[in-house]
Design a protein around this ligand. Structure first.
Ligand SMILES: C[S@@+](CC[C@H](N)C(=O)[O-])C[C@H]1O[C@@H](n2cnc3c(N)ncnc32)[C@H](O)[C@@H]1O
Length: 250
């Protein structure tokens, strides 16, 4: 009897020790999601070697050209937001001074090996540790599907971008046709669980525009549910409400 309760205690201690050493799930899950119920589990986004293998395939299929386009347009101080394993870091032109940021330390370790000379910061898009107007360019590739509160993340991007800065994005978004978007809504919970926070049905372009950016038509491309574009901050004055056709004073 005493031996069996000692054994149970040992098992309990072992379980607690294991739980404490489990990797952290960095993308905050929505409350009540499957992840909350099952505890911290890593999704594909948090397992760098699997993520890199999948990306290598997608890039071979054509995504590489979009990644190159994204990086090519960067100028000056550049934030690679949600840089992950650093697949874009080596593609920036010499006139760009990139900084990579991601909440996942596993991904950042791989990014460090890829581009040892580039500064990396562990943080979330929702609370960027930079002063206002610190960057000339912000680049995000496949990130805003995972940021828990994209409007908050984009408000932060707007804050750290100079007024004449540029936001360059490559994201997969909500399908335009009804069947496609319904399907995305249906698979979203399982997808989010497996991928580690990614939501395939986000209307990212709409959130970009409602966060004070104007998407430039030039360079804008769509391929299925993938989008790439450059957006610029709308000057503060023109986003202020107008009264009887007269702009309110600043
Ligand atoms: C699909 S990966 C894309 C990585 C990289 N940008 C690329 O193109 O390969 C999504 C990345 O978003 C990051 N991420 C998730 N939540 C984030 C947040 N709140 N702020 C910034 N990055 C976040 C993840 O850690 C992950 O590295």
């Amino acid at each position: 009897m005493a031996a069996s309760s000692a054994c149970n205690r040992k098992v309990l201690e072992l379980r607690q020790a294991l739980a404490a050493t489990r990797p952290t799930f960095f993308a905050e899950p929505d409350s009540g999601s499957m992840r909350d119920k099952l505890g911290p589990v890593r999704g594909i986004e948090q397992i760098p070697w699997i993520y890199d293998a999948m990306c290598a395939f997608a890039e071979w299929q054509g995504m590489r050209r979009w990644r190159e386009w994204l990086a090519r347009g960067a100028r000056g101080r550049t934030l690679d937001l949600g840089c992950g394993t650093g697949r874009s870091l080596r593609l920036f032109p010499s006139e760009a001074r990139p900084v990579g940021l991601d909440p996942s330390s596993d991904a950042l370790r791989r990014a460090r090996r890829r581009a040892p000379e580039i500064s990396l910061v562990r943080a979330s898009a929702q609370a960027l540790p930079f002063r206002n107007g610190a960057f000339d360019t912000v680049v995000s590739s496949l990130v805003f599907c995972s940021v828990p509160d994209p409007a908050q993340g984009l408000a932060e991007v707007r804050r750290v971008l100079r007024p004449d800065g540029r936001l360059r994005m490559m994201e997969h978004v909500r399908a335009r046709n009804r069947l496609g978007s319904r399907l995305q809504d249906l698979i979203q919970p399982a997808w989010t669980f497996v991928a580690g926070g990614c939501r395939p049905n986000r209307e990212t372009e709409r959130v970009v525009e409602s966060s004070g950016f104007r998407i430039q038509e030039e360079g804008r491309r769509a391929r299925g549910t993938m989008r790439r574009f450059q957006a610029v901050p709308v000057p503060q004055e023109s986003t202020r409400p107008e009264k009887d056709g007269i702009a309110t004073s600043p």
